[in-house]
Every structure is written in C-alpha cells, then in structure tokens.
Design a protein. Structure first.
Length: 277
C-alpha cells in the first residue's frame, strides 16, 4: 500500500541527487521558463503571495522570492525544512519566507486567505491520494491566480521500462521497487491531472515535458555530445509533441478565472445554444 513519503531519512541525499545533477539542472531550466510565463501573466499583482506546497529546498520558489514576492513553504519533512532554511538564509531571503512543518493536506489551516500562485512540484508521485490532494490545493488559489504542477509521468515511466525490456515488470503493474529509494512511488497519468484542473474550472495555460530524452540516453551512452547540447535540445523539444508527453516529468500550469469570467462564459454558451435552437 502506498503511503505519503516523508524524507526525514533521506533529506541530504535527496537534495544532492535531485538538485546537484544534470537531471536537476535540466528540470530547473525548463520549468523556470514556464514560471516566467506565469509571473508575466500575474504581473498586475505585486508582491505575489506564493505557496510552495511540499517545497523541499524551495529551489524555484527562492528565485521567485528574489524578485520580491512572499513565499510560504510547507513540507512534511522537518529535516528538509532545516536544509531549506539554511539555503534560504544563505541567499538572504528569510524575510520573504514563512516555513511551515505540515503535510500538504493541512496547509489550508495555516493560510489566512487563498494565494496568487501555488507551486506543487514533484510531490504527487509520493502521495497515497495524489489527485485528491491536488483537488484540495486548488481551493487555495485566488480567482485570477495560478497553479504550477510538476509530476512524475506514468507514460515516461512506461516508455522507460519498455526500452529497457522490463516487460514482466510492466505486466505486474510496475510496482514500486523499494531498493530504489529515490525513485518515486508511482507514475501519475497526465490525463488525470489535466482532468482534475479542468473539472475545478481552471484554464490550462501550458504544458512542458521535463527531460524528454536525457534519461533515455543513459541506456546507450553512445554518440558525440556535450551537456550544453543536451540542455539546448531539451529546451527545443520540451513543448512539442510527442516529446512533451514522453518527459520523465510533466509540468502543467493553469489559471483560475475570476467569477465574472466564468459567468460570461456561461452566458455566451447559453446564448449560443439558444441560437442553435
């Protein structure tokens, strides 16, 4: 049975393996490009109130905070929060932050009002009920605000196992292999995430594949290339199909309409239906 994962036992190793690698650099680069698009769309509000839900070290939210915005970062792991506080202090951003030790599911209890932007990155795949938690977080977004969601892609996990020849593992339902402690507990199906966002009335603004081919190259280690070339090619392909949908992670960001926008859409739809009648 999948349970919510607490990284108290692996916080330092997690930080080194996720953020101190080529994988982490690609992830940070392509997702930050999307974040810049989100910030531009929210530019009428300053400073923004930002929630980094299950934020770990807050790598991307620190870049947002450095632009003058206010961030609440919560995490289930007290060890991860300690490391985050050290990094935030080193970067001179403590005044921009509030750190909360709690599970993502309880963060609403610590917010006086909904926020302008929610970051929910690489958390869903470690949760027992990922879609349910995402649904709850959407309630903490202000009308006109946005959510940025990055999740471990089920399709990418399936494709990786296919090209590695792990067909028996696939037939068994790709159960989590406990010996790989930093491998996410499960892949999340993209359509489930997109449906959750649209069911809640959010408008999807964009989608990006995170590491659309880099991880698959590791099976072969042939060819002539530099990391700079890989990073450049990832940026070129990450928003194009079919590469986007094969990313090891997918980043999707969506906006919550104002009430008047929703009313206008409903009115236009009703008028259109009358015309057809």
């Amino acid at each position: 049975m999948i349970k919510d994962r607490n990284f108290d036992d692996l916080a330092q190793k997690f930080a080194e393996n996720i953020y101190g690698t080529a994988k982490g650099q690609i992830r940070q680069t392509v997702v930050w490009q999307d974040i810049e698009q989100i910030l531009a769309a929210l530019s009428s509000v300053s400073p923004l109130s930002v929630l980094d839900a299950g934020g770990g070290l807050g790598q991307l939210s620190q870049k947002i905070a450095s632009l003058g915005h206010q961030v609440t970062l919560c995490d289930l792991s007290s060890e991860m929060l300690t490391l985050a506080q050290q990094e935030i202090a080193k970067n001179g951003l403590l005044e921009q932050y509030r750190l909360v030790h709690c599970p993502v599911q309880e963060i609403g209890e610590f917010l006086s009002e909904p926020v302008d932007l929610v970051l929910f990155h690489a958390v869903m795949e470690w949760l027992a009920e990922p879609i349910e938690v995402l649904t709850g977080l959407l309630e903490n977004v202000k009308p006109g605000g946005a959510i940025s969601v990055m999740f471990y892609n089920y399709n990418g996990l399936l494709f990786k196992n296919l090209i590695c020849g792990n067909l028996t593992h696939i037939e068994q339902g790709m159960p989590h292999r406990k010996r790989f402690k930093l491998q996410p507990q499960q892949g999340i199906k993209p359509d489930d995430v997109y449906q959750c966002l649209t069911d809640a009335g959010f408008e999807i603004m964009g989608k990006t594949g995170v590491r659309t081919f880099h991880d698959y190259m590791q099976n072969f280690r042939v060819g002539d290339y530099s990391f700079e070339q890989v990073l450049d090619m990832e940026q070129k392909l990450c928003r194009q199909e079919p590469f986007l949908s094969l990313g090891r992670y997918i980043h999707v960001y969506a906006r919550k309409p104002f009430a008047e926008e929703t009313s206008m859409t409903t009115t236009n739809t009703n008028n259109s239906n009358k015309d057809k009648g």
